[in-house]
Design a protein around this ligand. Structure first.
Ligand SMILES: Nc1ncnc2c1ncn2[C@@H]1O[C@H](COP(=O)(O)OP(=O)(O)OP(=O)(O)O)[C@@H](O)[C@H]1O
Length: 507
């Protein structure tokens, strides 16, 4: 059927190009903003005519559009609204940034999310919700905003060069300012399967209602299933389900599912029937998510790739200097060898290597062969600690961990007032990963194996901040002083890291 809207000009500015989708609340079109040279935008026409009850509805719509615009300005994880209006048929619409991505509902329908991906999505969702719950200034007062319809189809996952995947929350259009406007609390704005018990009862809502919906969504993201099912897909059915059916456990859905206990507990707390039993704010949820995410590099089984390495890395020029980087040639099939200017000893140092013409940081590690072998079935973890004063310095810690053996700590200090330190920090930030080249002390001619290691995006964000801060910093003591302080700090956090490693990787 021909869509007569295609080609239509809205507000003498936006030309409709194609229908992107239709939801319960209206239709979304891709359009070109002719005023800005044709940049693509998305326009949502609400399934609501403001002809009846005109002034009240128009006022409400305008207020919501403004709220949404302010929120989008405040946080990158909320879709940006640039304009709004009412068309000639009295249909309200709002204009958003056009996001070329996939709805989270499609993402989780087509594949299960890895733990790392889940944590990254959850963190971004929390950051968006946190900004909304913290509120925006309206008429000189800070008003918290509740979304009221958190569900996967209201979340878009957009590929992004800096974030990997950027998560954005849509449809804050139905969120209302938390004002004592009791005449509005009778509206039912939500989706039954994700609604909190208090929402389905029509009560006044606060941030903990969104936390319940987030709990339903996190459960679905992790298991692919809903935590609570209604006997009938009706208001009554869902009322009963949300009030009286306990959520299913992860094990009930899939006994093989490997989710850290801490995360399952968090999701279950979000799903508490009584709002006072849930996390009281998004910051509480974020704390757990980010602490698990900091371990995300260990959340993946370590990729100890003997075979793949052969096709990627090649022999080291025998005399590499600190200034030149190791060039590898994909056609050769040899592993790098230990630089001649380094002692045959258990040492760790970073040095960039070039793989397929791309510069990557490598951590060169020498250990007794037995020590390497013990950890071949293990995991790895990394963390960065920073001191801006008295001398800007990063402690970059890599841990090789396996259940049966003590963790191997591989610390390295990056002096941010030295050219080498700053360049390495920048390269780690840009590439978001590094290789650990493991050399056996008994046979240093060739690397024994290597491990690919990712740097979690919160850590990358911190690296970025630290590099900027350190440029402005004035050193007031010797680098050794900061090294000593960071070393002490590492000793303090070691037991915590070991505990988390053990908890996440319980068998
Ligand atoms: N800013 C945007 N850029 C690109 N696509 C968008 C944008 N906003 C919405 N969409 C897409 O348009 C489609 C319709 O969205 P809409 O929010 O109206 O419906 P829904 O979320 O599927 O249902 P509901 O109305 O129940 O929330 C969805 O596929 C959504 O991903």
């Amino acid at each position: 059927m021909i869509d007569l809207n295609i080609g239509r000009l809205i507000a003498q500015r936006y030309q409709l190009q194609e229908l992107i989708g239709t939801g319960a609340m209206g239709q979304v079109y891709l359009a070109n903003d002719l005023l800005l040279g044709g940049v693509p935008v998305a326009i949502k026409f609400l399934a609501l005519s403001i002809q009846n009850n005109k002034i009240r509805v128009q006022e409400r719509f305008e207020r919501e559009a403004k709220t949404c615009a302010l929120l989008g300005q405040k946080n990158i994880h909320i879709v940006r609204v640039m304009d709004y209006g009412v068309d000639e048929k009295s249909i309200p619409y709002y204009v958003m940034e056009y996001l070329q991505g996939e709805s989270l509902s499609d993402v989780i329908r087509s594949q299960s999310l890895s733990l790392i991906r889940f944590l990254s999505f959850a963190r971004q969702l929390c950051l968006g919700l946190q900004a909304a719950h913290e509120g925006i200034p309206v008429d000189g007062e800070i008003c918290p905003i509740i979304h009221r319809d958190i569900k996967p189809s209201n979340v878009l996952v957009v590929p992004n060069p800096s974030f990997g995947e950027l998560v954005k929350i849509l449809d804050f259009g139905i969120a209302k300012l938390l004002q004592s406007d009791s005449s509005e609390t009778n509206y039912y704005l939500g989706t039954w399967a994700y609604s909190s018990p208090e929402q389905i009862e029509g009560k006044e809502l606060n941030n903990r209602s969104d936390i319940y919906s987030l709990g339903v969504m996190m459960f679905e993201m992790l298991t692919g299933k809903m935590p609570i099912q209604a006997n009938t897909n009706s208001f009554g059915g869902w009322y009963k389900a949300h009030h009286f059916h306990p959520p299913r456990s992860f094990r009930e859905i899939n006994p093989l599912l490997e989710v850290p206990q801490e995360l399952e507990n968090l999701v279950m707390r979000c799903l508490a029937k009584k709002s006072s039993d849930r996390p009281q704010n998004i910051s509480e949820i974020l704390q757990t998510i980010t602490s698990l995410e900091q371990l995300d590099s260990l959340a993946q089984p370590s990729t100890l790739c003997h075979k793949n390495l052969l096709s990627q890395l090649t022999s080291t020029p025998q005399n590499i200097t600190e200034e030149e980087c190791l060039n590898t040639d994909a056609s050769s099939s040899e592993l790098p060898s230990w630089p001649k200017n380094k002692p045959i000893a258990d040492i760790v140092f970073p040095h960039p290597i070039r793989i397929h013409n791309q510069l990557t940081v490598a951590l060169w590690v020498m250990l007794p062969k037995q020590e390497i072998e013990k950890r071949l079935q293990g995991t790895r973890y990394n963390q960065f600690l920073f001191l801006n004063a008295p001398h800007p310095m990063i402690l970059w810690v890599t841990v090789l961990h396996s259940h049966e053996h003590t963790p191997k700590w591989l610390p390295y200090y990056l002096d941010l007032k030295s050219h080498q330190g700053i360049e390495l920090a920048r390269l780690l930030l840009e590439t978001g990963c590094y290789k650990i080249l493991l050399f056996a002390r008994e046979s240093p001619q060739r690397a024994f194996t290597y491990i690919q290691t990712e740097i979690a995006s919160p850590q990358r964000q911190l690296l970025q901040q630290w590099i900027t801060m350190s440029q402005r910093a004035v050193s007031t003591a010797s680098p050794q002083f900061s090294r000593g302080l960071l070393k002490k700090e590492l000793e303090k956090i070691k037991p915590q890291v070991i505990m988390k490693l053990a908890a996440v990787y319980k068998t």
